[in-house]
Design a protein around this ligand. Structure first.
Ligand SMILES: Cc1ncc(COP(=O)(O)O)c(C=O)c1O
Length: 362
């Protein structure tokens, strides 16, 4: 079966080079040398400052909310954050987990990112933040969102889990917002098996987050605030360093696969409208069908050909009973009709493309 995604595994020789060092030092976690090295190399690679490695992308979001003080109640009542329903569940569940009510605003029908014009009507006295998602690595309308946040004195945390390496007007997209979070889950373009990072705009927020990810401990005998354990360990960092060494190969391979798909499928399906000022990282191959029935029939045909696409993001999150049900018709309709096709660095796309063109797709 061709899976929708496959983790990139660097060569054992390359990985062992880093792991040998761990065995020599016997330093496994708590801000070890490989975590420090990966932090530095990622800041250089991405072109950002104030990057903090954490144990996964969900905790990256939770720590970002707390470092920015969003979770604290306002006028004795729970606070709200305006967010998109068209995303992986962690964007919203992380808010709820921190006692912040996610308030859904609908997406743009072409870019599939939070539509800025739906943000203002959703603002209430309890709103403290906007949590947009650069969904499938496509840059949000960051300038419009920034403007709204300034006018209403709101924090912005971008869930950039899919946006590793994306540039906006030639600079890292992660520079937008008070913080941007990344997921380094095994299935991502860049990964550390499990892992994540937060890129803060301000150094003081980074410093606070450093305390939060390590139980609030500030010295051998001092615990100054409430914290949690969200540290990345040395084995995760070893994998990250070995994968980072191969980014050129990974990016080129993904671009090749993606362009092959586009050449074959454009005109047959709706594709995501990319932000004209942003680069692509070829993280996903989402295509949209005219109806859910057509999508389901194609999934069956592809499975019979040993190809395993995935329906995401489905369902639209306002449909889940853990969240409040606000009408988001654009997201609701898109989520029912969208399918992600397999993409990973080593995928030889010829057979799958011909299966899609000749038999899988009509
Ligand atoms: C948009 C989005 N946000 C957050 C996450 C959570 O990241 P993690 O799985 O590293 O906790 C994911 C994971 O795939 C995601 O796709």
């Amino acid at each position: 079966m061709i899976p929708v995604t496959k983790p990139y595994l660097p060569s054992r020789e390359k990985l062992n080079k880093y792991i040998d060092g761990i065995y020599e030092r016997e330093w496994l976690t708590n801000n070890g040398p490989l975590v420090q090295e990966l932090t530095k190399r990622l800041e250089e690679y991405l072109g950002v400052e104030n990057l903090l490695l954490v144990s996964n992308g969900t905790l990256a979001l939770q720590i970002a909310y707390r470092a920015l003080g969003i979770h604290e109640p306002l006028n004795g009542k729970p606070v709200e954050a305006i967010t998109t329903p068209f995303t992986f569940v962690a964007t919203s569940s992380s808010l709820k987990w921190e006692g912040i009510e996610p308030v859904f605003a609908d997406i743009d029908p072409d870019t599939w990112c939070l539509d800025p014009k739906n943000i203002e009507p959703a603002i209430t006295a309890q709103t403290k933040a906007i949590v947009p998602v650069h969904v499938f690595g496509n840059a949000c309308d960051v300038e419009a969102i920034d403007q709204i946040a300034k006018e209403h004195d709101l924090k912005v945390i971008y869930d950039a889990a899919h946006a590793f390496g994306v540039k906006y007007k030639g600079e890292s997209l992660l520079k937008w917002g008070d913080a941007a979070t990344l997921s380094f889950h095994a299935t991502k373009v860049f990964h550390t098996i499990e892992g994540g990072a937060i890129v803060f705009k301000r150094k003081e927020d980074l410093e606070k987050a450093k305390r939060l990810i390590s139980f609030g401990i500030t010295g051998p005998d001092t615990i100054e605030e409430l914290g949690i354990n969200a540290k990345m360990n040395e084995f995760q960092a070893a994998m990250g360093l070995a994968v980072l060494d191969d980014m050129k190969f990974i990016n080129t391979a993904r671009e090749r696969v993606s362009k092959n798909y586009e050449a074959c499928l454009s005109g047959k399906f709706q594709f995501q409208l990319q932000h004209s000022e942003a680069s692509k990282n070829y993280a996903y191959i989402p295509i949209v069908f005219k109806s859910e029935e057509e999508l389901e029939a194609t999934v069956m045909r592809l499975r019979a050909l040993q190809i395993n696409p995935r329906r995401y993001f489905y369902p639209s999150l306002e449909q889940l009973n853990i969240f409040s049900d606000v009408k988001c018709p654009v997201s609701f309709s898109l989520a029912k009709r969208i399918l992600c096709l397999p993409i990973f660095a080593e995928l030889e796309p010829a057979s799958i493309i011909s299966a899609l063109c000749n038999e899988g797709c009509k």
